[in-house]
Design a protein around this ligand. Structure first.
Ligand SMILES: [Zn+2]
Length: 235
C-alpha cells in the first residue's frame, strides 16, 4: 500500500483481498472496512439513526480466503447454488464451464469481489426485521412492502451526502441487482482504476480455488461481465 496526498493507494494484493493493510476492524459494528470509509459510513449511520433507521452492515471487507471458501463450497455443492430466478441448481451435474457460470450468478470470482477493497458494504435494518426473522438478502426485502423499504427510500434520498451509491442496480446479465450493496464512490473509484485482470489471475492461480482451469479460461469474459460492468456513481 502506498500513500498519495494522504489517501492510501491499494496494490494488487489488497485489491484481491490477499492483504488487509488497507482495512480497519470496527468493533462497534462488527465490520471491517477500508480506513477511508469508516468515518463516512459511521456518519451516515448516525444520521440514519436520527431518522429512526438502524443502518447495519451485513458484510463489509471480505478477504480472499473467505471468497475462496464460499466459491469452493458452491463448487462441491456444500452450499446451495441458485439460478438467476432463485431456484436451487444441482451443480454436481454441471460440467466445469457451466458450473463456473452458475456460481457467478450470485458469487464473485475469488480475487474479483469489490468486497476485497473494503469500500463496499451490504446493509440492512436490524430493527425492521420481525422477531425471529432472518436476513435473506433478497431484492423483495428492499422493495415496497418489504421490511427494508424505508431503509431503501432513506438511502435513495441521503446516501450521496457521504459519497455512497449502489453499483449493482441495472441488470446487465452479469451480477444480479443487489439493492443492499453500497459502495463508497470516491474510495472505490481509486481501487477500480488500479485493479488489473492480471492481479485476479495471479490470485486464482495460486489460491486453492476449485475449478481453477475453467475459471481462468473464462476470466477475460468474467472480468468484463462481472467485475467491470457496474453502475457508475451519480455525477
Ligand atoms: Zn455486496
Amino acid at each position: 500500500m502506498g500513500l498519495l496526498m494522504g489517501r492510501c493507494i491499494l496494490g494488487p494484493l489488497e485489491l484481491t483481498g490477499r492483504s488487509r493493510t488497507h482495512v480497519i476492524d470496527n468493533k462497534d459494528i462488527s465490520c471491517v472496512l477500508h480506513r477511508d470509509v469508516v468515518r463516512p459510513f459511521m456518519a451516515m449511520r448516525r444520521a440514519a439513526a436520527r431518522a429512526g433507521i438502524s443502518l447495519d452492515p451485513a458484510s463489509g471487507f471480505r478477504d480472499f480466503a473467505t471468497q475462496v471458501r464460499i466459491w469452493n463450497d458452491k463448487w462441491t455443492g456444500q452450499r446451495v447454488v441458485h439460478d438467476r430466478r432463485g431456484c436451487a441448481l444441482d451443480v454436481l451435474a454441471l460440467r466445469p464451464a457451466a458450473r463456473v457460470a452458475a456460481i457467478l450468478n450470485w458469487s464473485a470470482p475469488p480475487g474479483g469481489s469489490r468486497h476485497h477493497w473494503g469500500t463496499e458494504i451490504d446493509v440492512y435494518d436490524r430493527s425492521a426485521l420481525k422477531p425471529g426473522a432472518r436476513l435473506q438478502l433478497v431484492p423483495a426485502e428492499y422493495r415496497t412492502g418489504g421490511p427494508f423499504a424505508e431503509l431503501t427510500a432513506w438511502l435513495d434520498d441521503n446516501m450521496d451526502r457521504w459519497g455512497f451509491y449502489r453499483p449493482y442496480v441495472t441488470d446487465r446479465g452479469g451480477v444480479a441487482p443487489e439493492p443492499w450493496h453500497l459502495s463508497h464512490a470516491p474510495t472505490a473509484r481509486d481501487a477500480s482504476k488500479r485493479l488489473r485482470i492480471g492481479a485476479i489471475r495471479a490470485a486464482i492461480a495460486d489460491g486453492g480455488v476449485l475449478g481453477r482451469e475453467a475459471l481462468l479460461k473464462a476470466l477475460p469474459t468474467i472480468y468484463a461481465r462481472y467485475v467491470r460492468a457496474v453502475d457508475r456513481p451519480p455525477k
